[in-house]
Each structure stands twice: as structure tokens, then as C-alpha cells.
Design a protein around this ligand. Sequence first.
Ligand SMILES: [Ca+2]
Ligand SMILES: [Ca+2]
Length: 533
Amino acid sequence: MTPNERFRNGLLVILAFFTKFFALFAPLRLTLASGFIAKTRRAQRDREGFERCLLLVPAGGRLCAIIALSLLGTAPLQSEDWPMWGGTPQRNMVSSMKGLPVSWNVKTRKNIKWKADLGSQSYGNPVIAGGKVFAGTNNENPKNPAITGDKGILMCFRESDGKFLWQAVSDKLASGRVNDWPFQGVCSSPLVEGDRLYYVTNRCELVCLDTEGFLDKENDGPFTEEKYKSDLDADIVWKLDMMEELGVFPHNMSNSSPVMYGDLLFIITSNGHDESHVNIPSPRAPSFIAVNKKTGKVVWEDASPGDRILHGQWSCPALGMVNGVLQAFYPGGDGLLYGLEALTGKHLWTFDLNPKDAVWPKTRNDAISTPVFYDNRVFLATGQDPEHGEGVGHMYGIDPSKPGDATDTGRLWHYAKIRRTISTAAIKDGLIYIPDFSGFLHCLDAKTGKPYWVHDMLAAVWGSPLVADGKVYLGDEDGDVVVLQEGKALKVLGENNMGSSVYSTPVPANGVLYILNRSELWAITAAATGTGN
Ligand SMILES: [Ca+2]
Ligand SMILES: [Ca+2]
């Protein structure tokens, strides 16, 4: 099939499955430090120290961080959790995990540890921390028979065997699809630290939950007015309603996945257009906020894209230490990448992600992908809501040390042979792996942007690649997860079909690969006996 034919076929599939798009933002979606789950204050301090340590090492060097921390005399850290979108605040989906499988089979259960049933559509990426696995979905497979109808659901499973533990339930917004698209569920990937979990609901709320739910027989506060309080339900600690309290008008879906440093949580609010796609109801509402993780109170906010928002805002922020200053990187809905001083919100630089002559919506894009911080550089590619189909894209290597308008001064390179993408890059050993929505996986040199190879997935790609164990894992809309050899030469090692579309990103944790298709969460490991339930 030609790219055009594939595009048309892909579009038909999309139209048949959903009437609209959305949440892919999840795949695009998205945390800090590998979850070190301990509940003591000492462990908490160790963990925060580890987070700071992580910010100082190149992404993918987590093992080095663990060793470094051990040398500092802190508690041994054995965990290989994946506690946030992207694994770390740099959002570079690279893992030092070994022994991951090339092949598995969801029909014969070869290399399948377990499978958990979700709702009918799942766009969030799983997060694994503290012996639990969390994934966003909808309520079309009700886990609590007393709660039915369309809801946003965040499910919690036991890591060891996939047993369902509890779920967070959010009613749909009464305003409907303009703010909260039907049946899209929860699209944000949570961030877990110790016994606290943070995520964004379909109601544009940033919520803190107790990872033990009500199974610990305690209702943690200050929030104790839960609508659902059985053992199957979520224990809310606090919530920040961004529509009520900040005036945010989310377009179609709120999906951002938090990133954290110290006491600060950072998220993009999804503020955007109304149904007219012309009017921005709340141009002065914040697009990017920093929130105290203990209280849920806003510490600082930024509304820079203002009345220049092109559509919606569905990216996720990343963090990086640049010349001793912690920076937060967030792609604004105006097509600019913003670099802010993370602790204060002070503006440091901006970078225009579009050529000067680009025109929305044909050639001008925003970014749904998450920026990646690697080797003191920021890497980001542009795209649009998948509902807009395929189109021209751009990818950049950016120096975040240049102040002010860094569009020219900070541009290390520009790669124009990528199509629109909603995927996030994975970078290892100087090689960037970045797919596009047209189904091409590009391998680029991180220093120059020059391509080494391009692999045709033969289907649209919504999710992002994972680099682990010498391999690159990437899923597509046909439900295939391709496994390629990491490196400058293109080599396909295998392909495994998941039974339905994979809109998510393969996630590694504790020797297991987690892959979400539309309605199921699969735990895959070379160590499995093949008797997964
Ligand atoms: Ca509790
Ligand atoms: Ca509570």
C-alpha cells in the first residue's frame, strides 16, 4: 500500500472505532525517579535525594544513579519501577533492564505473565510503583457493579499477578465532548511517589490519591468527601479543580501527566478552544502550573500562549538541569517550546517550533509529543490532534542555555523529513528513535539530526518507542509491537500482535514489559511459564 492508501485505511479504522480522537495524548503521555516505595521518612528523604540525583545524570543512566546513591551511603535501591510517564523527569524512555523478550504470544500465552481486562478504550500509559500497576481507561467493563455508565477510570492492579485492587472513578463533565469526550476515559499517566499518586482526571482535576485506597481502612485527608467509598474505590487526598479554581477551559480532554521535583508538581492544563475552533474562552487561564504536592495549592502559573492557542494543549512537561538551574520545558498551544526556571516560573527562553511561513492547520503545528532532555539538550517533534490526520512535521535538537528568543541561537539542528507526530523520542548512545503518525520510525543522530535509517511500520503510530536490553519496542494501530535491534543499522528482530490497536508505549518494570492495547493490560516477561491468566 502507498502511504496515502495506508492513511485512508487508517483513517477509516479511526473513524470506525471512535468518532473522534483524543487521548492519544496518553501515548504521548507520561514522572521522576524510579519509584522507591518506602513509607518511612528516611526512605522519603532518600527518594527525594535520588530524584535530585537523577536530574544530574543522563537519562538512561539510572543504574549509574543507583550506584552513585549507594556510594553515598543511602539505603540500597533495588527497584526498577517505572513511576511516571517517561520513567524519569527527563522523559527519555530508556531502561537498563535486561532479559526482556523479543517474542511473545497473547493467544498461546507464550511469555505472558498475566493479563488484566480494562475498559473498552485505553489511552493512558501504565505506571508501575510499589508493587502496583496503574492504568487509565473507561468504565465499559465495570469493576464495581454498583457504578455503571460512561466514566473516567484509573485502575490499580497488583504487580505480582494482575489482581484488581481498586479504581478511581470520575463522572463525565456535563458540558460534554467539548471538554470531556465520551468514552475516552482517563488519558493521563499518573506519577507515584511512595504511597501518593498524582494524575489528571477527565474532569480537568489534578488529584492526589492514597495508593492503598480504602484497603488500609483509612480515609486520608484533607479530602474525605469521596462519592464512592467501598474497598474497590479510591481514597482521594486532595484535588485541584482547574476549571473551577483556575478558569481553565480544556479542549476535548485533559490528559497531562505530571512531573515532579521536590514538593512541586508540574502539569499542562489542556486549556484551549471551544467547539467553534475559533474562540478561546479563557485566554488568561493558566496553560502550565506548578502545584505543591502536599497541599494541592498552585505555587506559580503561566498563561503565555494566551489568545494564540492554535487548538488544545495536550503535551506533558519535562525537567532538566541546565548549568545548575532546574528548567521546566513545556510545549505551548501556540507552537512555541517554553523553557522556564522550574522553581519560580521565570521565563528563560522560547523556541518557535514552526517555519516562519507555516500556516495553521495545514503546515503550522503545535506539539503533542513530550520534550526529552538528553545530554544537556532538548529534543522535540511537532504534530497535531490525530483527528487532523497526516501532515508535515518537524523535529529539533535545541540548546536550552540560550536566553530569550532561542529559535535561531538555540537551534542545533532541524530534521524536516518527519511527518506530524504525537510520539515522544527515546534516545540512547547518541541515537534518537522517533516515530511519526504516518507510521515511520526514524533513527537520527542526536548531535546532527542526520538520519541513519527509517522503518515503515505499515500502520499509524500513536505511542512512543522504548529502548531497553539492546532493543527498540514500538506499537502501532494494527496492534503490532515491533522489536528492532538498537543501533545505527536497521534490523527487525520480531513482531508481536496484541489483538487490538496499541495506542500506548511499552513500559518496563522489574523485569517485565507492560503493554496496553485498547482494552487489556499485558504483563510480558521472558521468565514467564506461559500459563498467564
Ligand atoms: Ca486510605
Ligand atoms: Ca480521602
